[in-house]
Design a protein. Structure first.
Length: 185
């Protein structure tokens, strides 16, 4: 498990000490950031939901994001995430919220330009989270929402004004890209 691009490319991340988290594979992480254009990452505010050990948020920071808020409910993962952010030198560009995603969506107030999520595959559906997110002030026109999920989970083509503009399959993983208020990007 390592950072695949940017200023700290190749640096190893501390893995979870148990099975409370399933880290995003390097293949999927690399694919996500190869699909995103630089202006969708560089200089933007990022929200990493179901952050696990912080892999996606750290990748965004390595590639030039200004700030990342990371949401994770498992205390063990939050501790590892803090160590990973410190190890990469990104503690001053991030904040960890150790709470359920649903609670964070009601707590956070500022809008993000990029939202990343790769939730546990054991979740039966992502619809409630995506619907809540689409109705929140955290997503503004042009916000890109990237959702990694199991091929066994079906996503809708839109959640309110968040419209699916692209999707890709990588083995058992699917990645969907939604953009608020646009059908193309």
């Amino acid at each position: 498990m390592q950072v695949v691009g940017g200023t700290v490319k190749g640096r190893k991340l501390i893995p979870p000490s148990d099975r409370s988290s399933r880290p995003t594979s390097s293949l999927v992480k690399s694919a996500i950031f190869n699909i995103l254009r630089p202006e969708q990452v560089v200089g933007v505010r990022v929200l990493d939901l179901f952050a696990g050990t912080g892999s996606l948020g750290i990748e965004a920071l390595s590639r030039g994001a200004n700030w990342v808020d990371l949401i994770e409910r498992e205390i063990n993962c939050c501790n590892i995430m803090g160590r990973n952010l410190n190890h990469m030198g990104f503690s001053d560009k991030s904040k960890i919220y150790c709470m359920p995603v649903e609670e964070a969506l009601q707590t956070l107030e500022e809008a993000y330009q990029l939202i990343l999520m790769d939730p546990p595959y054991k979740l039966k559906t992502l619809d409630p989270v995506l619907e809540c997110l689409s109705e929140s002030s955290l997503v503004e026109t042009g916000t890109v929402v990237v959702v990694g999920h199991s091929k066994r989970q079906d996503l809708k083509s839109d959640y309110g004004d968040m419209i699916a503009v692209r999707n890709r399959q990588y083995g058992d993983s699917w990645v969907h890209f939604f953009v608020k208020g646009r059908t193309t990007w």
